[in-house]
Design a protein around this ligand. Structure first.
Ligand code: SF4
Length: 391
């Protein structure tokens, strides 16, 4: 189900237990309400209606029917959500500061540079770049993109851009030349093995004011990154009502509404919570990462997402986050170690999952180095609450 060296996209869907999975990468991680409406309709029409936001600010449509591959690809291109060229779509893994254009503390022009980089990728001269090529165009500001890794990082300043490759090579270029310089640096950098992703930091949630201003951005998180079409359209409507009309995506499974006046933060939070989003940093499920699990995923041994919701209601705030709960050892929702990892290994008599648990381990290592085995969710919660009880 999961292949190294390849990322699923609209031209290369991935087989999952609930049908095919298609990853959608909104250019510059932002969508208008019209784009959101189109995407929600595609998810309901050609998939099972489950939409996920990923740690790297993409969206996944689940349960896609094989017969829908071609009409879905055409619809995504017409909506401005996919490139027409499959090779370009594979490499179009460019994260741009999502608040560029609204956050006055962002330096340089990340949007223009991100577009120049995407246009440059279409040049056959760079056809030799890895299919997993990735870049970050970071203008700093209140939400810098330092939480994610990429082959090439471009830090925009007023006129110059600092370009850093994954092997540490660093060059500086004029903003007008930076896209070409970055692609040339990527082409000559040997990346034998990409290092594991950095441990996820707590996602931003709630109102984030721009320094010195009474306006800012509002960050919202769908529980476990799991959405339905009506949640997505509700969020786009909130952006039209309280923000600048764009829906933006940020790493860590976060949606952003920009251009929010401080006095609108409370009504926006109330409306978003009513639509099913987490808007409060103290939400118990905020630090839990869970894949969809059984029964939606046929590869799942346990119903991890349903069990994660139950676990969240039982866990003490002292238990360290992120806590990764996975329906099986593949660990699709999180690559790398977490302070606590639970791997589904079966089900109890009541249908809820049984889990092996390990501390400071990644999902694929829990089988070998589990600290506890065959725990129900109640047993796991009791064990964790005891181990991390207050002194
Ligand atoms: S980790 Fe979760 S989503 Fe991935 S195969 Fe296992 S159950 Fe399915």
């Amino acid at each position: 189900m999961r292949r190294r060296g390849w990322n699923p996209d609209v031209f290369a869907p991935m087989r999952a237990g609930d049908g095919w999975l298609v990853r959608v990468k909104p250019p510059e991680q932002r969508m208008t309400a019209a784009m959101v409406g189109d995407l929600a309709e595609m998810a309901a029409r050609w998939g099972n209606g489950v939409i996920e936001i990923t740690t790297r600010a993409s969206l996944q449509l689940r349960g896609i029917d094989e017969a829908a591959f071609t009409p879905l690809a055409i619809a995504l291109q017409e909506a401005g959500l996919a490139a027409a060229d499959p090779a370009l779509e594979q490499r179009r893994n460019i994260l741009v500061s999502p608040l560029a254009g609204d956050d006055p503390t962002i330096t340089g022009d990340p949007l223009a540079l991100g577009r120049a980089l995407a246009a440059g990728l279409a040049d056959p001269a760079w056809a030799g770049l890895s299919q997993k090529f990735s870049a970050i165009v970071d203008g700093g500001g209140v939400l810098p993109l330092s939480c994610v890794r990429a082959d090439i990082r471009l830090r925009t300043e007023a006129r110059l851009v600092t370009i850093t490759a994954l092997d540490g090579t660093m060059i500086r270029a004029d903003a007008k030349e930076a896209a070409g310089a970055a692609l040339a640096l990527a082409a000559r950098t040997e990346i034998e093995a990409r290092p594991p992703a950095p441990p996820p930091s707590p996602p931003p949630v709630g109102f984030i004011a721009y320094p010195g201003h009474r306006r800012g951005a509002f960050a919202l998180v769908p529980p476990f990154g799991d959405l339905r079409p009506r949640m997505l359209t509700a969020l786009a409507a909130l952006s039209e009502r309280f923000g600048d009309g764009w829906l933006r995506l940020f790493p860590g499974r976060v949606f952003l509404i920009a251009g929010v006046d401080e006095e609108n933060a409370a009504p926006l939070a109330a409306a978003a919570a009513a639509a099913g989003f987490l808007t409060d940093r103290s939400a118990p499920s905020l630090g839990l990462i869970a894949c969809i699990g059984a029964p939606e995923c046929a590869g799942g041994d346990s119903p991890s997402r349903a069990d994660a919701a139950a676990l969240a209601s039982l866990l003490s705030p002292n238990v360290p986050r992120p806590l990764h709960i996975s329906g099986c050892a593949k660990g699709c929702a999180h690559v790398g170690p977490a302070p606590v990892t639970l791997i589904g290994v079966g089900r109890g008599a009541d249908g809820s999952g049984l889990y092996d648990l390990a501390f400071a381990a990644s999902a694929d290592h829990v089988g070998l180095q589990a600290d506890h085995r065959l725990l129900s969710i109640a047993e796991a919660a009791a064990l964790l609450n005891h181990r991390f009880r207050s002194p």
